[in-house]
Design a protein around this ligand. Structure first.
Ligand code: BYC
Length: 347
């Protein structure tokens, strides 16, 4: 009898503790506080963050490919330098995001393995080809523009490391967007052939850019829960609408037309109406049947294999230095560890 009573008491305590943790998490989210790596969080929250952050990180590094395609053919040294810096920034964004995902207990290796095996997604937009130089401008204006619209609210995401990574990413993306706009403006105001090239690029990138925001709200599997958890602050359709409204006056200044005959101002709504998106195309691209899916993923796998020696060298270097530190030598790693131990001891 006594044993049964004790068991029940222990179970009750465990249950109360779990409930208390959950209540503390809910209260922190409700109060707009940040959830930090060491805080208790529901497993589903952790899993959904890893899913979204992994998809985001993969998009950044796969997104380097379509633009890198034009580095060797940029029309001037100035444009080449800018493009190289931009592509390098995207690699950096991937790095911040993989690091932020690591704080949730998932290693970068594990996430990359999943990408290479086709078990995690990256943005649909990067499965379209960059056919002319104007595509680089159109990507900057529209793709980076859509990314900023989607990502600025992520700076207020409830998970601290993701929100903080997004602050820096958004600053850089906003520079990318402006360089794309400026490049497209130069083409649009150039020769008739250059103007036509800019218009053709906008015609091809407009609809895929609208698809970047994800499926319509009534088909979005994760939106409702992610918004309750304040991972996402706005729905896919809200952000898509915001993006359309931002782009219309910008297109006018550029002297370019957005390829949608149904695009018009709706006085009553105070927003633009726009035409139907081809969701069949979106679903096909997600299934792997877009124009460049195979090329993008095989290039990514090849880059990973060819970079194996760099990872091995970096690991060997780190091991060598931490070894020195452990034996009392003056390696940087050792000095840092010693300082940390000291700090902990005095805390
Ligand atoms: N493409 O329930 P939903 C950049 C997936 S890169 C592919 O609405 P959620 C840049 C979605 O993942 C910017 N997949 O999902 C880089 C889910 O699949 P799973 C990339 C998509 O998460 C280089 C399923 O569809 N930005 O800026 O609530 C050069 C159901 O969707 C897409 C980010 O990743 C898509 N377009 O909302 C230049 C932003 N849309 O996971 C520029 C962060 C949806 O169940 N991510 N799916 O297998 C987000 O904000 C959200 O994850 C999304 C989707 C709005 C994309």
């Amino acid at each position: 009898m006594t044993a049964v009573t004790t068991g029940t008491a222990v179970e009750a305590t465990v249950e109360t503790t779990a409930e208390a943790y959950e209540a503390a998490f809910d209260a922190a989210v409700a109060a707009d506080e940040r959830i930090e790596p060491r805080d208790w969080m529901p497993e589903a929250y952790r899993a959904s963050l890893v899913r979204q952050m992994a998809q985001h990180a993969h998009s950044e590094i796969i997104g380097m490919q379509p633009e890198a395609n034009w580095i060797t053919r940029a029309p001037s040294l100035r444009r080449k330098a800018i493009l190289m810096a931009k592509v390098q920034d995207e690699a950096g964004h991937g790095l911040y995001l993989y690091s932020a995902a690591e704080t949730l207990g998932t290693s970068r290796t594990e996430l990359l393995d999943k990408l290479h095996a086709g078990r995690q997604k990256y943005s649909s937009i990067f499965n379209y080809p960059t056919l002319t130089w104007a595509d680089v401008g159109a990507i900057g204006w529209l793709v980076d523009g859509a990314a900023i619209t989607n990502q600025v609210p992520l700076c207020r995401c409830s998970y601290g490391p993701y929100a903080r990574a997004m602050v820096r990413i958004c600053k850089e993306e906003s520079f990318h967007q402006r360089q794309g706009y400026e490049s497209l403006l130069a083409l649009s105001r150039g020769t008739p052939a250059q103007h036509e090239m800019a218009q053709d690029a906008v015609n091809r990138w407009w609809w895929p850019s609208l698809m970047m925001f994800g499926p319509p709200d009534d088909e979005s599997a994760h939106s409702a829960q992610s918004m309750t958890w304040k991972i996402k602050r706005h729905s896919n359709d809200e952000l898509r609408q915001r993006f359309v409204d931002i782009c219309v006056p910008q297109a006018e200044t550029l002297g370019l037309t957005l390829p949608d005959p149904d695009l018009k101002w709706n006085e009553e709504r105070g927003q633009h109406d726009f035409g139907a998106i081809d969701w069949d195309e979106f679903r096909e691209v997600l299934k792997g049947n877009g124009p460049c899916n195979e090329q993008r993923i095989s290039q990514r796998r090849r880059a990973h294999e060819e970079g194996a020696w760099v990872r091995e060298a970096a690991t060997a270097y780190a091991a060598k230095h931490s070894g020195k530190g452990a034996s009392g030598d003056s390696g940087t790693g050792g000095a840092r560890s010693a300082r940390l131990v000291e700090k902990e001891a005095t805390a």
